[in-house]
Design a protein around this ligand. Structure first.
Ligand SMILES: [Mn+2]
Length: 283
């Protein structure tokens, strides 16, 4: 069983009202210190813009050893935005600092739309960090696999030819096909199909799960902010993933983000059916 909290945001309070009939006791979270309570905590957070709060939730966890962070979202939330240039994490980039937290073993990006894995051209250091700290699975329940290529600058091209860098790259199965395309012009990051995701292969016994509801197909009745794109995951697909993680790993905390009062298309009666199923999958 989890302690269930909601943040003090209108969207999160609204979402917790949609869960009223479940009988779950959902308290407002006033102090992040409460996240250290046993049993572990689940948090209903607000709009997709508030997904950056996950960085705080995860920082505050008291953990026994390292944990794996599982990011279920249409977006990777590791893009270089304006605020990132100012040194401030936001909803679009917070998984970068999150992946650098000392108690985070690895970040698993799950059901991400390929378009949102990496859209900028990055340095070799960035690509190596991404390869070493994460696994990427593309959207929905599809068999779609793909790759991102980054053009390297002259300095990075020289770097990549160094034996120790080549060795590091070769050790990572994400780029095992790379050499066929040559070493000297660009750098590839590969992602797997989400149907390949298997929680029993996660190296740590403890995991934290963050769900952004925009990962779900538009047909699923959940109120999200229309400004963010929706993914192609089905409700059953999401529930199956959560239950599979729960079966094989210990979930030390979770949050659900992406609720929005501004979604006029969603039917409230539909959301009252859907939300309890998603939250219920964690119990
Ligand atoms: Mn998202």
């Amino acid at each position: 069983m989890y302690q269930l909290f909601h943040t003090q945001l209108h969207d999160a309070i609204y979402a917790s009202r949609l869960l009223e009939k479940t009988g779950l006791h959902i308290r407002p979270i006033n102090d992040l210190g409460e996240l250290r309570e046993i049993p572990p905590s689940g948090i209903i957070n607000g709009d997709g813009y508030n997904h950056v709060d996950t960085l705080q939730f995860v920082s505050q966890l008291s953990t026994n050893g390292q944990i794996t962070y599982i990011h279920i979202d249409d977006h990777s939330d590791r893009e270089f935005t304006q605020s990132w240039l100012w040194g401030k994490p936001d909803y679009a980039n917070f998984t970068i600092p999150l992946s650098r937290l000392p108690h985070i073993h690895k970040v698993i990006y799950l059901c991400i739309h390929p378009k949102f894995i990496s859209r900028d051209s990055h340095t070799l250091e960035y690509c190596l960090e991404l390869l070493n700290s994460s696994e990427i699975y593309s959207g929905g329940n599809t068999n779609f696999k793909g790759s991102d290529f980054f053009e390297l600058n002259q300095r990075d091209r020289e770097q990549i030819l160094k034996p120790e860098i080549k060795r590091a790259l070769n050790q990572n199965r994400s780029i095992e096909y790379y050499e066929e395309w040559g070493w000297d012009s660009s750098f590839g990051i590969f992602w797997k199909s989400s149907s390949e995701f298997d929680p029993s292969k996660i190296e740590t016994p403890n995991v934290y799960v963050s769900v952004d509801l925009d990962v779900l197909d538009e047909k699923v009745q959940v109120p999200t902010n229309p400004i963010f794109s929706r993914g192609i995951l089905t409700l059953d697909g999401l529930i199956r993933i959560i239950k599979d993680i729960k079966l094989k790993k210990s979930i030390v905390g979770f949050d659900i983000t992406g609720f929005s009062l501004h979604d006029s298309k969603v039917r409230i009666e539909g959301a009252k059916q859907t939300l309890p199923q998603i939250v219920g999958a964690f119990y």
